[in-house]
Design a binder for this molecule. Structure first.
Ligand code: MG
Length: 249
């Protein structure tokens, strides 16, 4: 299939999808608190996205059973909302995608519940910073490896590891398009970035080792060493200048 370059009207549609994702994540961020069950976040996400006239894109994707992914503490990505109760000191990664007028948006944030440890806060801040560093490497004519290297360097310089088995991705009419956008790599390598490409950039950063373990439900991915993990993601468009973040509020 190859890398799909979007026209300006297509990027406009992706802006709308992205804005919806950002709005839903912000509603979740404001409403989530200790004592809630993770399945309550799923209900909020479904309600908010419907209110905005869009559809959640994860539900049914390869059989995924929920509207969003909720990954707690050592869980990295693809956690399934359920009966688990959010507790003070937990860090919660929420990943949400929506489809609007045929185009996808995809973004994630990690939120601390109440007073979290300085170590957990530093992990969250660093992962957010790694995403910003990756986005800052995006420009017409750069390479995917420039994004990967920027993310890896930012996280590893601060003593963390980046997850290797799950990556960012191209995005458009499909949630996952080419190219893959790994969170580790070398500058100057990989496909060239061109104006009109849309990418979901999504560092997953661990306090401990980068290795991951897949849960018994065949979805939830956790750190193999049980260390905390955080996840931030934006959908961006490559322009002639700085990247345009499509999933910003
Ligand atoms: Mg994604």
């Amino acid at each position: 299939m190859g890398i799909i370059i979007k026209s300006e009207p297509e990027i406009t549609a992706m802006r709308q999808a992205g804005k919806i994702v950002a709005t839903v994540l912000e509603a979740l961020r404001l409403q989530m608190k200790p004592g809630m069950k993770t399945e309550e976040l799923d209900v909020i996400a479904a309600r908010e996205v419907t209110k905005l006239g869009a559809k959640p894109s994860f539900k049914g994707y390869r059989g995924f059973p929920a509207n969003l992914c909720v990954s707690v503490n050592d869980e990295i990505v693809h956690g399934i909302p359920g009966g688990r109760v959010l507790r003070e000191d937990d860090i919660i990664s929420i990943d949400f995608g929506s489809i609007f007028h045929g185009f996808q948006g995809d973004a994630a944030i990690t939120v601390g519940m109440g007073h979290i440890s300085p170590e957990a806060q530093r992990l969250i801040t660093t992962t957010d910073g790694a995403l910003k560093a990756g986005i800052a490497a995006v420009r017409h004519g750069a390479r995917v490896g420039d994004i990967s290297a920027a993310i890896q360097h930012y996280a590893e310089e601060r003593g963390y590891s980046v997850v290797r088995e799950y990556t960012g991705h191209g995005i458009g009419r499909a949630m996952h398009e080419e190219p893959q956008v790994p969170n580790f790599g070398l500058p100057g390598e990989g496909p060239m970035l061109k104006k009109g490409m849309a990418l979901a950039i999504e560092p997953m950063v661990n306090i401990g080792d980068w290795r991951t373990t897949l849960g018994d439900n065949n979805w939830t991915v956790s750190t193999s060493d049980g260390s905390l993990s955080a996840h931030f993601e934006h959908t961006i468009a490559v322009t002639n200048g700085e990247a345009e973040v499509l999933t910003a509020l």
